[in-house]
Ligand binder design. Structure first.
Ligand code: DP6
Length: 334
């Protein structure tokens, strides 16, 4: 008899980024990271556990809205993670999977974070394995997408450096109800990014600024934790914007260099500085892509979105904000 489960898991935006790994194969990061779990940007994954041998079936929702075979590179990552989870659970059998995103995949919004969090949680549910949150985070991390370890829970989340076994999972720093922060995402390019985060982590230590960023991080992590605890928006914003610029400095000075920014990215960054000069509190952060996440308070969300939408550089915005984390759904994708 087969069992089927569907989970919707949100993406997240890192305030302090995971960039570089002590062990990339085992997804052990060089530095701790802190993120805000999003709400409107999510992946939904249905997993069916089937008896018998044979290959897993992996589909995703294509551009025309129909479920179709997932592209080979993505399907291979999913297959490896399904094999891993099958081995971990000792269940045998095979899986049929379908996945979809509420936002353009591979555009600098962490689609692998939400995708692999949803896949991990739906697989556990299909296997009827009820494991503690810390273990769910650790299993999501083992997909190869470190940021997925943070997407299995809501609110504000820290994924530590993970010095020992049993310490490699993320934990919640504060629930979403602690602070209603918003994220207006300025989409400037919806095409897939040219260089994967995986390749970015691999090249990061070749940058002369890699060590410099790491030296600054303890102070920055402390500042972000403190600003979150005190709900000090100006303090938080300044630190996360500087940290995002540092990450991209490392990427641009890696060998070979990685330029995630497009001219449009710079236009949005300039607009965010203009907003601040005009008294609108807003701060920018960018993951490994050209899009800009503009973090703001609820009262300035509409002003921020309108000013971003007025820019030629911006195709459209997604009005998102802090969310409560994954949910299990009754309606399946197939
Ligand atoms: C820049 O290896 O987790 O977003 O799974 O492809 O999203 P994906 O990447 P992952 O690296 C994330 C890199 C980052 C920073 C972050 O989210 O911490």
């Amino acid at each position: 008899m087969s069992t089927k489960a569907t989970v919707r898991a949100p993406s997240n935006i890192a305030f302090v980024k995971y960039w570089g790994a002590r062990d990339l194969d085992r997804v052990i990061p060089t530095n701790p990271s802190i993120s805000m779990t999003l709400d409107a940007c999510y992946s939904r994954s249905t997993v069916e556990h089937l008896a018998g041998d044979g290959p897993h079936e992996i589909r995703w929702r294509g551009r025309d809205g129909a479920l179709e075979d997932a592209p080979p590179a993505f399907a291979e990552r999913v297959r490896r993670h399904l094999d891993y989870l099958r081995g971990w659970s000792g269940s045998g059998g095979r899986f049929r999977v379908a996945t979809e995103n509420s936002f353009p995949a591979a555009a600098g919004i962490a689609s692998s974070a939400s995708g692999f969090a949803a896949l991990t949680l739906a697989t556990l549910a299909a296997l009827a394995r009820d494991v503690p949150l810390a273990e769910r985070s650790d299993l999501a991390r083992k997909s190869g997408s470190g940021s997925a370890s943070r997407s299995v829970m809501g609110g504000y989340v820290e994924w530590p450096r993970g010095t020992g076994e049993g310490e490699r999972h993320a934990h919640q720093v504060a629930p979403a109800s602690h602070w209603d922060l918003r994220d207006v995402i300025a989409l400037v390019a919806s095409g897939p990014k040219q260089t994967s985060s995986l390749e970015g982590h691999r090249r990061a230590p070749t940058s002369p600024y890699f060590r410099t960023r790491l030296e600054r991080l303890p102070e920055r992590l402390g500042a972000v934790r403190m600003a979150l605890a005190l709900r000090d928006f100006e303090h938080l914003g300044g630190v996360i914007e500087a940290e995002a610029i540092d990450l991209h400095c490392v990427a641009m000075t890696s060998t070979p260099p990685i330029f995630y920014w497009q001219p449009e990215t710079l236009a949005v960054l300039a607009a965010v500085r203009r907003m601040r000069a005009d008294g609108v509190a807003a701060y920018a952060t960018m993951d490994a892509g050209a899009n800009v996440h503009v973090i703001c308070l609820p009262e300035s969300r509409d002003a921020v979105a309108e000013r971003l939408e007025a820019l030629d550089a911006v195709q459209r915005t997604i009005r998102d904000g802090v969310g409560d984390g994954p949910v299990t759904e009754d309606e399946h994708l197939f």
